[in-house]
Design a protein around this ligand. Sequence first.
Ligand SMILES: Nc1ncnc2c1ncn2[C@@H]1O[C@H](COP(=O)(O)OP(=O)(O)OP(=O)(O)O)[C@@H](O)[C@H]1O
Length: 125
Amino acid sequence: MIPGSNREHPTFIRSFGYAIEGFRTAVATERNIKVQLLVGVLAVVAGVVLRIDALSWVLVLLCIGLVLFAELVNTSIEAIVDLATQDLHPLAKRAKDIAAASVFTLSITAAVVGIIVFARALGML
Ligand SMILES: Nc1ncnc2c1ncn2[C@@H]1O[C@H](COP(=O)(O)OP(=O)(O)OP(=O)(O)O)[C@@H](O)[C@H]1O
């Protein structure tokens, strides 16, 4: 519910619109998410070219979705921290650094999964 508003909860379609708006804002303002989208597209193209099996597709698509999810949450946390304080504060640093670490952790995991999936598809494993 929007603070100060007595409107009912937004409809499902309207909520979907806000989510698309959030995604567009993140892509327009964050360099990292552009890179992650590009890597995701390249992974999908590699999957098509190498004809990876169904389970490999599940792993690749899950990794792409999870990295984008983490980056979106990280971007949201950065905005909340900036809203909470414009000053340098150790807790602001902790919140942002840990949010960034969540993206980093998933990115490394996704990279390892990608190496295993595509190395196997190339007959190297
Ligand atoms: N208010 C603050 N107080 C203390 N340290 C801060 C504060 N804001 C940012 N920092 C430090 O600067 C780093 C970068 O913060 P910033 O908000 O610029 O994120 P960013 O570089 O845009 O991150 P990303 O690349 O994920 O978008 C944070 O991880 C944190 O270590």
